[in-house]
Design a protein around this ligand. Structure first.
Ligand code: PLP
Length: 601
């Protein structure tokens, strides 16, 4: 376990037990005692059910502990800082849209009024459905680009008593909201997404800064507020949001972002907006390499407590300076909530020694033999060189020079031989594993994100081989040859002759990995069209070969049942007296069309 620094990145969830297996620690609560689950035993149980590798093992208790820890960290920071409002977070469903993950978070989060954030139309549908069982106070934050359908659905959600907030990302969205709100006769609760000048320097920070992709710069924020005032809608503006990218490396960046945003918040209050909530987005990071250095995308230099404390102190400072009441603090922490709770497990099928293309040790030895020759001849050579020194000076110099070269050559070859002998004990092995790197850890493939990877058993036995992992796809990128710390190989054990099974786990992979690929934000693939020329006159025809997936199709991929969802939403809407043909049409149309926005062609 030490070799893989489990204590660094795994604490307080993963340890190695006395038999050398990874064990998952379940922290006790009133109703359940503390417990350790042997990961290998859990995997064996799963395979006894005839499940094949790769497997994703989810630990809902770990998920609950993460959520409890986040809320406790904020509660404590608020208490000790003398902050006069509270924390009320949301989970950004894009980070893991799986039904069970979202439902679990809503269930565990009910006591904290924990809500959800949606970034697209299908995400809004699933968030509505899931929050039927959540706290009525929970926020339903609607981010992302929005068309009429998106805004109308958000307004339906509002009228059926979800605490829905439409966050304006572009100035143009004000017009869409005003139109939809008039058509449906529903007043929205609005937020504005700020584009901060504070930047997140890491890989994930490209959405931040003056040239970031989303949000409004300071002057635009106030212009939108002014526009709302003119429309008689400034009383709808209740939230300021920002997101400067994931995996923020240090608390000083968090602190500076919160101070900047709180400044804008206070200005909006002074303009007469009711406000009430500051939504600090995501960015709460994970220490993948366990170094707490904050020096790379793999590491952040803080834990939950330091993060919460930095946020609370920064917000308090700026509000106090402006004489503005402390807002409710909302975060959209995704990565930090769901990374730990799911582990990807695969088995190694064979380990093949990698052919080495250097000169063999035998060849090196015979070349050394030639150079050194017979020790007596070498001695005679030296002797003759020394003797000739008295007679012919030039001849002696030439001779000495030759001997010198000879010596350097011997030295070089000996070093090479020594290195080669040293390496011979641990040549590299390619472990072929039941895995598809592209579909299971797309961030490794796409943005070179590294995850802790290690065998989940035999950890009391020294791993003597250096291995890379090769997946089963025919993709040449389907290889893991970069590991935390920068090594190109991972220490692994020789596979047992009797085929006992060798199980490897990729840890901290519960965030984004399942949701990425074509499933990001549940947008799905494109429509496929064939353009056939008609010959002769340059005409052509367009044939739709494959219609892109609808929101319902995409939701099914993440194990949601669109028919059940539709019924549940209808029931809730009928109870709220809001299920007119118009409202039905809005909900249905989002389910059964592609999730992309409708633009003008
Ligand atoms: N909020 C928004 C608007 C995002 O775009 C994201 C992720 O990209 C998140 C929250 C989640 O961020 P994190 O996983 O860093 O908490």
């Amino acid at each position: 376990g030490y070799l893989y620094n489990i204590a660094g990145w795994g604490d307080p969830y993963f340890t190695v037990d006395s038999s050398g297996n990874v064990s998952v620690k379940i922290h006790g609560v009133e109703t359940k005692p503390e417990q350790e689950i042997d990961l290998l035993a859990a995997v064996k149980k799963a395979t006894e059910k005839n499940l094949q590798f790769p497997l994703i093992l989810r630990f809902p208790d770990v998920l609950k502990h993460r959520l409890d820890s986040l809320n406790t960290a904020f509660a404590n920071a608020i208490k000790y800082t003398g902050y006069t409002s509270h924390y009320q977070g949301v989970f950004p469903v894009k980070v893991n849209q799986n039904k069970h993950v979202v439902d679990d978070l809503v269930g565990f989060g009910k006591v904290y009024n924990f809500g959800l954030e949606a970034g697209s139309k299908p995400e809004l549908l699933l968030a509505m459905n899931s929050l039927i069982n959540g706290s009525p106070k929970a926020y339903l934050v609607c981010n992302g680009y929005k068309d009429m359908d998106y805004v109308s659905l958000a307004l339906v959600a509002r009228s059926i008593n979800f605490n829905t907030i439409i966050v304006l990302e572009l100035e143009e969205e004000v017009d869409t909201v005003v139109r939809a709100s008039r058509e449906l006769g529903v007043r929205p609760i609005l937020g504005i997404r700020a584009r901060l000048l504070t930047t997140n320097p890491g890989h994930f920070g490209s959405t931040s800064g003056k040239h970031g992709k989303f949000g409004l710069l300071e002057a635009q924020i106030y212009a939108v507020a002014e526009k709302l005032k003119q429309l008689g809608m400034l009383d709808c503006l209740k939230l300021l949001h920002f997101h400067i990218g994931s995996q923020i490396p240090t608390t000083s960046i968090i602190s500076s972002a919160v101070r900047e945003a709180t400044g804008y918040y206070c200005h909006l209050v002074k303009m007469g907006a009711p406000m009430g909530t500051l939504d600090i987005g995501g960015g709460l990071g994970i220490d993948y390499d366990g170094t707490r250095s904050g020096s790379s995308d793999m590491s952040v230099a803080y834990g939950l407590e330091e993060y919460a404390s930095a946020v609370v102190q920064a917000a308090k400072l700026v509000c106090n300076q402006n004489g503005v009441a402390h807002p409710v603090l909302c975060s959209e922490s995704g990565r930090a909530l769901v990374s730990h709770h799911s582990i990807l497990i695969y088995d190694a099928l064979v380990a093949v020694e990698e052919p080495s293309d250097s000169v063999t040790s035998d060849e090196l030895i015979s070349r050394l033999d030639e150079l050194v020759g017979n020790p007596t001849t070498l001695h005679a050579n030296i002797k003759s060189a020394v003797q000739s020194e008295d007679g012919n000076n030039n001849a002696s110099l030439a001779h000495a020079d030759q001997l010198n070269k000879h010596g350097i050559e011997i030295f070089k070859l000996s070093r090479r031989l020594a290195k080669q002998l040293e390496a011979a004990g641990d040549s590299t092995y390619a472990y072929h594993a039941n895995l598809s790197v592209f579909s299971l850890t797309p961030d490794f493939w796409g943005i070179k994100q590294l995850f802790p990877i290690l065998p989940i058993h035999r950890l009391n036995e020294e791993p003597k081989q250096k291995g890379t992992l090769i997946d089963l796809t025919c993709d040449s990128d389907g290889k893991i040859d970069k590991f935390i710390g920068g090594a190109q190989t991972l220490p692994l054990h020789a596979l047992e002759q009797n085929g006992g099974g060798y199980y490897i786990g990729t840890f901290l992979a519960g965030a984004y990995q399942e949701a990425l690929g074509s499933k990001h934000n549940l947008f799905g693939g494109p429509n496929l069209v064939r353009v056939e020329s008609a010959g002769g006159f340059g005409g052509f025809r367009v044939v739709v070969v494959g219609a892109g997936p609808t929101a319902a199709d995409q939701l099914k991929v993440m194990h949601h049942d669109p028919d059940e969802m539709m019924q549940a939403i209808a029931k809730r809407a009928e109870a709220a007296g809001h299920w007119t043909p118009t409202e039905q049409k809005i909900v249905k149309s989002v389910f059964y069309t592609m999730p992309y926005l409708f633009g003008e062609a």
